[in-house]
Design a protein around this ligand. Structure first.
Ligand code: ADP
Ligand code: MG
Length: 708
């Protein structure tokens, strides 16, 4: 057999051939290189034993470990074992484990069905063999103790993949060149590449597996950060933007427009922006901060810098309503100034519109506010120097905006109200400058969050009733409008009926039921509104208007209140079926209260306080900091889920996990940015393989390297 190369078709691997090669293709494996980088997702001992850490609920498994504890109340028996990768429980309901005595320190081999309760896996009614602590067990023979289990499919199953990988690994010299610079491998104490790949498929032991993982995870993260560093480098070196000065006079004049002093968080961000704007290269800065953290004020500061330098600025909002809100806010701050601004509405009369467009083109207007569609499509600027993009809640979709302007490329400030965990910011937005407004403007009350079980519902309603009579307002949030997906509970409970005893399935309380229940029951003396997506727009607006005006004590609503509603007097929120929401959504919902000076109350009503939903509720109680919550959300759901199906243009990570490998990510980022600083286009001979790897990885996804 001739030597295999990385790009040899997989068909030439011993035992594969054309037919199986077609099967491999269904998994995206075309070449020997693809095969080598198709890593196991878990491992088995050759004996068929699995590591406790790898136990999969619902499967039948055999584990081997040392007994830590034996207990349980007769006739039950519970035994905790540890195999160095983790602990699990063996449980019998009638002590029929074979009659031998289990004792602390004994070695056991146990086989049974895996279930997960709480944090620990359990084998239920397992068959078990018990050995003395120092017994030498026959199955611990020669050869690799652990073999990989691969994610396969019908055509191409794990054993075929394993056999084929082993056939390649049998080749004395793996066709895998080192792509990382040698100094990096040494400084970071990394395993050589080929060795790491070999070990990841067939790890001799736990520590070596960890080392192999570390090396390959570092490589993935390093390549990703290198792409970010190159993209940033390219933007910095190729493009020019207006130099905008912030003199002490300009700074003082701008600050005088605000009826308050900037918070120190705002001050810091303003300093960062001012520094960017005078570099002559286009700023691309992401400004993160919860709703109400004072982003708009910072954005206006930046716009006024551009205007003070004789240029134009634009603010783009995702919807026309938000554009109007921005404009109205800004008008308040600009009252009496010489800044000429315009709100570009969709439905301007033609004459007015033409006049505005030509004024913008002639430079007679300084500040343009509108939706992204309007501003990009219609407007030719005279000299646009700064664009503020308000992304609101959608992120991960930073588009390239194209503008018609006579000047240089504009500076960008992108605002988002979605807190982005640091790990994600470093990956998805790794080529951007990032500012964070953590501290909110002064004068807001605190939010107290409580988790309350269903059977305390009446008590909560009574308590809140008192606060509503005393002048506060409340949101009551329920999951959905109709019962279409809940046929088994098609008769709504009588008004005011307690939900106690509804121990059947976790009950879903719909928005209309809740409305009826409250307005005919415990809150019958209060004025209550109903708000959901199926209402006619006019009715919706009426409810919001009445609530804003204080004419309603409470609004029973679906999650439509999540965005855009700003009613400082609303200081109470009851979230029904809170265990059914994701963390980020709970946080956005809660963001509707806590906007006034008064302390607010958020009550999470939950049927299920165990497991993941319990963790979510606990995270909500523990913090009102959007960043802490986003971190917790990311940890719980993982990056894929956190983003949903949204396209974020990142390469798939096979080994690294940006949450768990955070320290490694930071190291990789530092190294990548340093390398690009030394060799901005990766032209040095020792970076040739790196360059090729990067090109292969990103292919045409990001036109990164070749355009340079
Ligand atoms: P965001 O755009 O992040 O939602 P805004 O900039 O609209 O936040 O500010 C929210 C509210 O806080 C506004 O009413 C604004 O007037 C007020 N505000 C902003 N900065 C300050 C400050 N430094 N001191 C006091 N109030 C402030
Ligand atoms: Mg705002």
């Amino acid at each position: 057999m001739s030597t295999l190369r990385v790009d040899s078709p997989v068909q030439y691997v011993k035992g594969v051939g054309p037919q199986r090669a077609a099967a491999f293709a269904t998994l995206g494996i075309q070449t020997v290189g693809d095969l080598l980088h198709y890593y196991p997702f878990r491992y088995e001992h050759e004996s068929g034993e699995v590591a406790i850490a790898d136990l999969v609920p619902g499967t039948h498994a055999t584990v081997r470990g040392e007994v830590l504890r034996v207990g349980g109340r007769r006739p039950m028996l519970r035994c905790e074992i540890d195999d160095g990768t983790g602990q699990c429980i063996l449980r019998w309901f009638n002590q029929d484990y074979g009659g031998r005595s289990l004792f602390r320190g004994a070695t056991v081999i146990a086989s049974g069905r895996v279930q997960i309760y709480g944090d620990l896996a359990e084998l239920v009614q397992p068959r078990v063999q018990v050995f003395a602590p120092d017994a030498v067990l026959m199955t611990q023979g020669a050869g690799p103790r652990r073999v990989g289990v691969y994610r396969g499919n019908q055509q191409c199953k794990s054993p075929l993949i394993r056999r084929s990988v082993l056939a390649v690994l049998n080749q004395a010299q793996l066709p895998l060149a080192e792509i990382l610079p040698e100094t990096l491998v040494q400084d970071r104490g990394l395993l050589p590449r080929a060795q790491a790949v070999r070990m990841l498929h067939c790890p001799p032991d736990e520590p070596q597996l960890a080392e192999a993982r570390r090396r390959l995870a570092f490589e993935e993260l390093f390549l990703m950060e290198l792409a970010m560093a190159l993209r940033r480098q390219r933007r910095m070196s190729l493009q020019q933007a207006a130099v905008l000065h912030v003199t002490p006079e300009i700074d003082a004049r701008i600050r005088a427009r605000f009826p308050f002093t900037l918070t120190s968080a705002q001050d810091e961000v303003v300093r960062e922006i001012a520094a960017d704007l005078q570099l002559g290269r286009p700023m691309t800065r992401l400004l993160q901060g919860d709703v109400g953290s004072g982003k708009t004020v910072v954005a206006l500061y930046a716009c006024l810098v551009a205007i003070a330098n004789g240029r134009q600025a634009a603010i783009m909002a995702p919807t026309e309503i938000l554009a109007q809100q921005h404009y109205a806010n800004i008008q308040r701050y600009l009252a009496g100034s010489r800044v000429r601004s315009v709100l570009l509405r969709g439905k301007l009369p033609k004459g007015e519109r033409d006049a505005a467009l030509s004024a913008i083109e002639n430079g007679q207007l300084d500040l343009v506010v509108g939706t992204q569609a309007l501003i990009q499509k219609d407007v030719a600027f005279n000299e646009l120097a700064l664009v503020v993009v308000d992304e609101q809640h959608k992120f991960g979709v930073l588009q390239r905006h194209e503008f018609r302007t006579k000047g240089l490329r504009p500076h960008y400030l992108v605002m988002t109200a979605t807190p982005i965990p640091r790990t994600l910011a470093m990956t998805i937005f790794g080529d951007l400058e990032i500012s964070v407004l953590k501290q909110s403007p002064p004068g807001r009350g605190n939010i107290l969050t409580k988790v309350v079980p269903r059977d305390k519902w009446e008590t909560v309603l009574g308590y809140v009733h008192g606060r509503l009579l005393a002048g506060e307002q409340a949101y009551v949030v329920c999951p959905q409008i109709g019962r279409s997906d809940e046929p088994e509970t098609s008769t709504p409970p009588a008004a005011g009926q307690s939900t106690r005893g509804a121990a059947r399935a976790p009950e879903i309380v719909t928005v209309t039921d809740m409305y009826t229940r409250l307005s005919e029951g415990p809150w019958r003396d209060l004025r209550i509104g109903l708000l959901h997506g199926a209402l006619r727009p006019a009715d919706k607006q009426r409810v919001i208007r009445d609530f804003t005006a204080g004419a309603l004590h409470a609004v029973v609503s679906t999650t439509v209140v999540e965005v855009g509603v700003d009613i400082p007097n609303a200081s109470i929120m009851l979230i029904e079926n809170a265990d059914r929401y994701g963390l980020s959504q709970l946080h956005q919902l809660r963001g509707r209260i806590g906007r006034g000076a008064r302390d607010s109350l958020c009550v999470l009503i939950a049927a299920d306080e165990r497991g993941q939903s319990g963790e979510r509720l606990a995270a909500m109680v523990a913090s009102t900091d959007g960043f802490a919550i986003a971190e917790a959300d990311l940890k719980q759901r993982g990056p894929g889920e956190f983003f949903g199906t949204r396209q974020h243009g990142l390469p798939e990570l096979r080994v690294a996990n940006i949450v768990e490998d955070f320290a490694l990510l930071e190291a990789a980022r530092t190294d990548a940015f340093a390398l690009v600083k030394r060799d901005p286009e990766l032209r040095a001979p020792e970076h040739e393989l790196l360059r090729a790897a990067l090109r292969a990885l990103f292919r045409d996804k990001l036109a990164l390297i070749d355009a340079a």
